[in-house]
Each structure stands twice: as C-alpha cells, then as structure tokens.
Design a binder for this molecule. Structure first.
Ligand SMILES: Nc1ncnc2c1ncn2[C@@H]1O[C@H](COP(=O)(O)OP(=O)(O)OP(=O)(O)O)[C@@H](O)[C@H]1O
Ligand SMILES: [Mg+2]
Length: 345
C-alpha cells in the first residue's frame, strides 16, 4: 500500500521489538500499529517502561540491529524503513524524520556554540557555505522564539535557560524541513509555564511546516491540549488508540481510567487523585492474559488467561484491548470524561 497519496506520512504495522539479554528476552514493544498524517499530532502516553521511546527509536532506526530483534513494518512515504539499507535510512533520519529528546544536554555539545551546532546540522545534509549555514541557524533560532537570535547564536548551551535549550533543539530538528517530528518527553524537565510554551511552539511548527508530530509523554494533560489522536501504551502494547476527542470524552480502557484518575493536570470531575496501585510488569516475563490485569480493579475471569485483542467494541467506538462489557466501559468511562479546550464548540 502506498501511503503518500492520502496525507498519511507514516504507517506502522505490527511493530515488535525484543532485546535478548543475559537474563532473557525483553519484550519491549509488542504488535504496535498506528498511522500518522500531515497536520496531525499523535499523543503517545503510558507509564515509565511502557515502550514509548523504544517504539520511536525503532521507527528512527536508532536501535542496534545486531542486538535487537525488530519485526513488523514502518512505512514512510511508501518505503519500509525496517528493511532500508543503513545508508538510505541515514538519509531519512534527521532529515525527513527528526527527533527532539527530553534532555537537550544529551544532544547539545557543551563546548560548542548553539548556532555552530545548528549550522553543522545544516551542512550535514546540504552543500552550503559556512556563512549560509550560520545565517540559517540564526533564522531558525529566531523562528523558534529565541530573542536576539543573532547574538544568542554565539552562546554556549549553558548560557541558555532550559526552555531556550529545548527551543534550540526544535530549531535543530527543523533544519531540513522534516515531514515528521518525534518529540520524546520534550517538556518533562521544564517547569509548567515553560512546558506550555514549548507545547505551543511544537503546535505552531506543526501548522506552519505542515508536518506530523508524535508527542511522547507520560502526562495525559499535555496530550489533552494538543493531540488529534492518542495511543495509550502499557507493557509494550497498545491498550487503547483513537481520536483524542473520543479518548478524552469516552475513555474505554481501565488503564486509561487509571491514568486519568491519577493526573493532577486533568480537569476532573472525580475530586480525589487516585494513583494506579502497583507497578508495571517486568517485560522479561510479562503476565499472561491482559498485561494490566494484576493492577486492574475491574478484572474478571478471562483477564489473567486470555489476552484481549485490540479491537473496536462497536463501529462508532475506537479500538481497545479489554474484556470488559461495553456497557461497563461506557459507564466507567463517562465518569472520567474530560472536555478539552475547543471541544465544546
Ligand atoms: N537496550 C535495551 N536492552 C534491554 N531492555 C531495554 C533496552 N532499551 C529499553 N529496554 C526496556 O524496554 C522497555 C521499554 O522502555 P522504553 O524506554 O520504551 O519505555 P518508555 O515508555 O519510553 O518509558 P519512560 O517514560 O521512562 O521514558 C523497558 O522495560 C526498558 O527497560
Ligand atoms: Mg521514554
């Protein structure tokens, strides 16, 4: 299937990632499928260790192919990135698909000026003069809201605030006009006000450059403000996936309910914050049946035995992986219903 005609940028099918280790095989990502279109923000949420980063690293081709067993398809503009020769992949990575990480210090070298690092990213894929690359770096820094970009480009990373460093990372990601921007916890290290500014910047960049954004976060509140689609992951699997409006108005999976009940940032109808008890399972030996069943308040007979497939309970609903009866999903989901900014209109 060609994906370039209908606005679909990325079509991921059955992505599975296993790490063989001395303790056994870690099932980091199991059978993950989703797609991303231009102008779309896909929010990927789930607790620590749910496979969010590994999924994106697999898509970016950043996992060591020798030490990782990856299967499935990652179709980008009609080409399967998982089978692409490394040289072709290198051409796409950082150019057509760019990534912004949680920790800008992991990507910005402390000893080089911010502008120089962006200029170097320019010359990595483009045959332009040093002056032109520098001018482009300044232009991009200005574009992402760095004041006095011309002089600030000469600063070293430690002279930037956390929010400015994250802006610089976004500038670096935009160097080659990518079609997809993958942001992995872009605001986790920032305070709340700056967080909101960075999320707003990502949205502006998405509209302006007409790109698709994958926004990875453990915070459903961040996703509630921006995402068009939401994928909820747990233990390397998709628990629930659908249009953001549906996920927030009628969440169908007990794990999503647990996340919503425990999020201070969500406009809530239930008053008390209730954390999800227990912790995610080891992916060396995930529990049989539904991986969430040991922590699930709604579990019943089939849950420890049969793994629920990711299917849509009704045509008008979105897919979830849960055995509960539909009327219970509706009833319990309605208690967590969140009206997002703009949805009321
Ligand atoms: N190279 C590796 N070798 C073995 N296991 C790994 C490796 N990389 C990741 N894992 C495991 O894969 C699982 C998924 O990790 P991943 O980093 O994708 O989680 P995450 O959802 O991004 O979590 P966080 O919110 O903490 O960033 C974890 O159990 C992690 O320990
Ligand atoms: Mg991660």
């Amino acid at each position: 299937m060609s994906t370039s005609h209908d606005g679909t940028l990325l079509d991921v099918r059955g992505l599975t990632v296993r790490f063989p280790t001395s303790d056994g095989v870690v099932q980091a990502v199991s059978d993950v499928s989703f797609s991303l279109s231009r102008g779309e923000t896909l929010g990927v949420v789930g607790e620590s260790g749910s496979g969010k980063s590994v999924s994106n690293l697999a898509i970016m081709g950043l996992l060591n192919r020798q030490r990782t067993a990856i299967s499935g398809q990652v179709e980008f503009m009609g080409r399967d990135l998982l089978t692409l020769p490394p040289d072709d992949l290198r051409h796409i990575r950082g150019k057509d698909i760019a990534m912004v990480f949680q920790d800008p210090f992991a990507c910005l070298h402390p000893m080089y000026r911010v502008g120089a690092q962006i200029a170097e990213a320019v010359t990595a894929h483009q045959d332009v003069s040093k002056d032109a690359a520098w001018a482009r770096a300044v232009e991009l820094l200005d574009h992402v809201g760095i004041p006095n970009a011309k002089s600030r480009a000469r600063d070293y990373p430690h002279q930037f605030s956390g929010g400015m460093r994250q802006r610089a990372m976004i500038a670096m990601a935009l160097v080659h006009n990518p079609s997809i921007l993958i942001c992995d916890e872009p605001t986790t290290a920032l305070d709340v006000t700056v967080q909101a500014q960075i999320i707003e910047l990502i949205e502006e960049v998405k509209r302006e450059f007409d790109i698709g954004v994958i926004l990875v976060t453990h915070d459903l509140g961040v996703v509630a403000e921006t995402a068009n689609a939401v994928m909820v992951m747990y233990a390397g699997r998709i628990m629930e996936y659908g249009p953001a409006r549906q996920i927030f108005e009628q969440p169908q999976h007990p794990y999503t309910w647990g996340l919503l009940d425990s999020m201070p940032s969500i406009e809530r109808r239930l008053t008390a914050l209730v954390p999800i008890e227990g912790s995610p399972p080891s992916l060396l030996a995930p529990p049989p049946g539904c991986p969430f069943h040991p922590r699930c308040r709604y579990r019943f007979e089939p849950c420890p035995v049969d793994r629920p497939p990711l299917v849509s309970p009704l045509p008008e609903a979105h897919p979830d992986a849960c055995h509960l009866a539909w009327d219970e999903k509706v009833r319990e989901g309605a208690k967590r219903s969140v009206t997002r900014l703009g949805d009321a209109a």
